[in-house]
Ligand binder design. Structure first.
Ligand code: PMP
Length: 458
């Protein structure tokens, strides 16, 4: 009784005092009470397997004991200094993080959110290149600060107001939903069901999308460019992957025009993709700037921009950069513990092994159900795109998607949604997930899909 009263009170307060845009996923919003590793518990004591990690953020597990112990120790020692004073947790963290990045990406700017990191990366690109224009993909999400909204190309985040000066979008090389693509284009153990017309060892899709990229460079931006932002795999757009080799060629074209290349690793970094620690490494490219957040603090607010000494110098010449909370002792101690846990518990390897196992299992669902159009991703960043049928690839109507989503929750599984029609289920559990839990999740989906097909048949 107490719990249900508290629940109603929460809904009332939410309605009266919180942003009307902070909407809940489910018909009956989930009121969370506690988390442990890959499990979440609501206020009524129901248990859920967390397969979305609070939007791809919990990397090593909710309330991980080692991270909690480090946080508690730091809590009793020192919370805050501002960047005016030095404190060892920041320097320890800087040393650990920089060791994970290749030369010459060795200078770290600590911030508090991904949007803030991308704002700063935009400033850096412009300060370094002395140019204005920046390009990003359609479907990209790089933040929702006024500056980064120019880079974010998801319709629901656009406003009828001037903004995004100097930002241009370019076609997203999406091999499933875009005009070109096919059966061996992307870097994933599972390929699209679209048959590629070219021979197995070549890929026309990449060349066609590169032509489009060049077209943007020739028509929509100034001759000299400030930069190009790309997520190694698009998150918010529904785990969208590009053809193999695309980013490498795109980086070359951007650099020929004086621009710098920025990898937004906010979702893809810290071992989530399994085969590599950073998403850009899966494309065999070396960016000039890397931005990161989310999994970096396992849910604690912290983010960073990492760049080369040369680019850092270009910014320092033009601006005094200051951040009250960026690099605070709590965040840095937690960030260090997260890096240690990823290593000690072999979580990158676990992402690779359990992620690949899961991807292949979800691919079976795609073969079983006409409404599962595509299964894709790498490591523990997986997308399952829902369609009306495999030939038209039209997105499944939203009400039907919502029902499947509700059914998964009812059966004890939390997953995310993505894509401009919200048509893709996004699966990104904490990296400590196990194979039996994956089996459970796949069976929950199978059961939700069977129920859906039965409803459709009526
Ligand atoms: N970049 C990417 C790829 C993201 O997914 C997000 C958040 N969804 C951001 C940037 C912005 O991060 P934040 O919400 O911490 O500002």
């Amino acid at each position: 009784r107490y719990q249900s009263l508290a629940y109603n009170r929460v809904l009332e307060i939410h309605k009266q005092h919180l942003s009307p845009m902070a909407t809940a996923y489910f018909q009956k919003p989930l009121l969370l009470h506690q988390g442990h590793m890959e499990w979440l518990y609501d206020s009524e004591g129901n248990r859920y397997l967390d397969f979305f990690s609070g939007i791809v953020t919990v990397s090593v597990g909710h309330c991980h004991p080692k991270v909690n112990a480090v946080a508690q120790k730091q809590l009793g020692r020192l919370w805050h200094t501002s960047t005016l004073f030095f404190h060892p947790p920041m320097h320890e963290y800087a040393e650990k993080l920089s060791a994970l990045l290749p030369e010459p990406l060795k200078v770290i700017f600590l911030t508090n959110s991904g949007s803030e990191a991308n704002d700063l990366a935009m400033l850096m690109a412009r300060a370094h290149s002395n140019n204005l224009d920046i390009i990003s993909f359609r479907g990209a999400y790089h933040g929702c600060s006024p500056y980064t909204l120019g880079l974010t190309n998801v319709g629901t985040f656009k406003m009828e107001l001037p903004g995004g000066l100097g930002c241009q979008s370019t076609m997203c090389p999406d091999v499933f939903r875009g005009p070109w693509g096919g059966s061996h284009c992307r870097d994933s153990p599972v390929q699209t069901i679209r048959k590629c017309s070219c021979a197995p060892d070549c890929c026309q899709a990449k060349d066609k999308y590169i032509e489009q990229f060049e077209d943007t460079l020739n028509t929509s931006v100034a001759k000299s460019l400030a930069g190009f932002f790309a997520e190694p795999i698009q998150g918010v757009n529904g785990v969208v992957q590009y053809p193999k080799g695309f980013l490498k060629e795109a980086f070359k074209l951007v650099r020929e025009r004086g621009g710098v290349c920025i990898a937004d690793e906010v979702q893809t970094g810290f071992g989530r993709l399994g085969s590599h620690f950073w998403g850009f490494q899966t494309h065999d490219v070396l960016p000039d700037i890397v931005t990161m957040a989310k999994g970096m603090g396992n849910g604690f607010p912290m983010a960073a921009v990492v760049t080369t000494p040369e680019i850092a110098k270009s910014l320092a010449k033009r601006l005094l950069h200051f951040n009250t909370f960026g690099g605070n002792p709590m965040a840095c101690a937690i960030g260090s513990a997260v890096l240690e846990v990823i290593k000690e518990e072999n979580l990158q390897e676990n992402s690779q092994e359990v992620g690949t196992y899961m991807l292949l299992k979800f691919a079976k669902l795609r073969d079983e159900f006409e409404i599962v159009g595509d299964v894709r991703g790498k490591g523990l960043m997986i997308g399952m795109e829902m369609v009306q049928d495999k030939v038209s690839r039209k997105p499944l109507p939203r009400e039907e998607l919502n029902q499947i989503h509700e059914d998964c929750k009812r059966l004890g599984l939390l997953v995310g949604r993505g894509g401009i029609f919200s048509q893709t289920f996004r699966i990104a559990p904490p990296m400590c997930i196990t194979k039996p839990e994956v089996d459970f999740a796949v069976e929950v989906f199978r059961s939700a899909l069977i129920q859906h097909m039965e409803r459709r048949a009526k």
